[in-house]
Design a protein around this ligand. Structure first.
Ligand SMILES: [Zn+2]
Length: 207
């Protein structure tokens, strides 16, 4: 028998408000959750390039135009100079990473002169860059790395249909649970019957 423990809450990606899992809309900021399926990282990137962060949401629910495997590879192979930041549209962080990388490269090339005479605080950017890379890797692996997206607004009719779809899914899930409960009951009944029959046979044997 499978034990079903449904997830009861989720976090709103826009405002962080704790919502019930079958809620279709965030009470706090009015975000329609079904719209997240149509979120676009491409649109967010376009906006962020112009330093415009209005309506940009940071979420761990990856949109269709962000491939997790690709993001993983990008972080692993190019993360040291901020490749994953450029891929997901976090350009400022990416630029900082690149500058730190160039700085580290520079320090390595002129190693003989620099390393020995460098003050300890001059190593800080290199250390921070390494830490940022490792942290990013862990976050991407655990799917906790947040991606900026823009939730495109479909017309009202489409929204209504989506809401209905979500409701349908919730209903299906409830039906499933009911079915499992029913099956369990039947099994119990059968077991009881078997036991009864066995007892009867035993009784006859004794007589
Ligand atoms: Zn919200």
């Amino acid at each position: 028998m499978k034990f079903i423990k449904p997830k009861t809450h989720k976090k709103c990606p826009r405002c962080g408000n704790k919502c019930l899992i079958n809620q279709t809309r965030c009470e706090e900021c009015d975000l329609l959750f079904s719209r997240l399926e149509f979120a676009s990282n491409k649109a967010a990137k376009k906006k962020l390039k112009k330093f415009d962060s209005d309506f940009v949401i940071y979420t761990t629910q990856y949109p269709k135009d962000v491939n997790w495997y690709k993001l993983m590879a990008m972080t692993f192979f190019t993360g040291i100079f901020g490749g994953h930041y450029y891929y997901t549209g976090k350009y400022i962080k990416g630029l900082i990473m690149t500058l730190c990388f160039i700085y580290a490269l520079f320090c390595t090339i002129f190693n003989d002169v620099l390393w020995s005479s460098m003050e300890s605080f001059l190593y800080i950017p290199i250390g921070l860059e390494g830490i940022a890379w490792i942290v990013s890797l862990i976050y991407v692996c655990c799917k906790k790395y947040k991606v900026p997206v823009i939730v495109e607004m479909p017309d009202e009719n489409a929204t209504e249909i989506l809401d209905k779809e979500t409701e349908k899914k919730v209903k299906e899930f409830k039906d499933e649970v009911k079915e499992i409960k029913k099956q369990n009951k039947e099994k119990k009944k059968e077991l009881n019957q078997d036991l009864k029959e066995e007892n009867q046979v035993e009784d006859k044997g004794q007589k």
